[in-house]
Design a binder for this molecule. Structure first.
Ligand code: MF3
Ligand code: CO
Length: 275
């Protein structure tokens, strides 16, 4: 995918600029968390994302990306990723992933969170918990990693540590990526352990870590709209993503309002902001 292109290393000043677009993504997430109610359509929720972008003087980096037709990706239940907002109505038991992006002054932000609606089953709530935790394991690994491949190793190890009777499926076909002056840049950030160690972790890298897990088997297919990725067995899926800067003095989770303080606490890691 983006593996063989040159990596774009950012200066501290550029990372501070990227924090701005990342915080717009955090604002979109907050507005969606507040807005999402049973009975709403995913299309209505996409307009919420559009309003936040407009108020911030930013634009969506998803809209028009290879012809993508909306501001955000909203993936409900069996949709793993790249759900196109439209007429689908949210029910009170759904699990919904909101993948959102913003570009401001030429710098890109990209992050995803999941909500389980009030009557969602325990297994769906656990699926979201495990996916978010897998993401934090990947981010924590970055703090000390020599190679980007350690992120996928940590994500896979976490999933493997879940008792077999509730262990989710790990989606292999979609992955994290570098980000900066474009949304998708080198290097690839795999969600599983691979023979290839991946790029060397160096200051100036900004990476999106974004595992996707499923309640059933992780096998998936793309619908006829050429975007929507669903599980083949119809089981529910979940996606979490943060955008993380690596600099000389540590890591900083740009799309987390607290920079990653809470998420990294269990790992004994303290993120280091640059502002
Ligand atoms: N935000 C997705 C990612 O995490 C990409 C969205 S593709 C788009 O990499 F076409 F919807 F923009
Ligand atoms: Co991404």
């Amino acid at each position: 995918m983006f593996g063989r292109e040159a990596i774009e290393y950012k200066s501290n000043e550029q990372i501070v600029k990227m924090r701005k677009s990342a915080l717009i993504v955090a604002d979109i997430h907050d507005a969606l968390r507040e807005a999402v109610k049973p009975g709403m359509t995913t299309g209505e929720l996409d307009l919420v994302a559009g309003r936040v972008l407009q108020e911030a003087g930013a634009r969506s980096n998803f809209l028009g990306y290879y012809g993508y037709p909306a501001n955000a990706c909203i993936s409900v239940n069996e949709v793993i990723v790249h759900g196109i907002p439209g007429d689908r109505v949210i029910t009170d038991s759904d699990i919904v992933s909101f993948d959102c992006g913003a570009v401001l002054d030429g710098w890109h932000g990209d992050a995803c969170f999941t909500v389980t609606m009030p009557n969602a089953s325990e297994v769906n709530k656990k699926l979201s918990h495990h996916t978010e935790t897998a993401m934090w394991h990947g981010i924590a690994a970055l703090a000390n990693a020599k190679h980007v491949g350690e992120v996928g190793g940590a994500i896979e190890d976490y999933v493997d540590s879940i008792p077999e009777n509730e262990r989710p499926g790990l989606v292999m076909e979609y992955m994290g990526h570098g980000i900066g002056s474009e949304m998708h840049m080198a290097p690839d950030v795999l969600n599983y352990r691979a023979r290839n160690k991946g790029a060397k972790v160096k200051p100036g890298m900004v990476l999106c870590v974004e595992p996707m897990l499923t309640l059933g088997r992780p096998a998936n297919e793309v619908l006829d709209d050429d975007w929507t990725v669903v599980t083949k067995d119809g089981s529910n899926a979940c996606h979490w993503e943060h955008q993380v800067a690596i600099h000389k003095d540590g890591i900083w989770v740009l799309t987390a309002r607290d920079g990653g303080v809470e998420g990294l606490k269990p790992f004994g890691i303290t993120p280091v902001p640059l502002d």
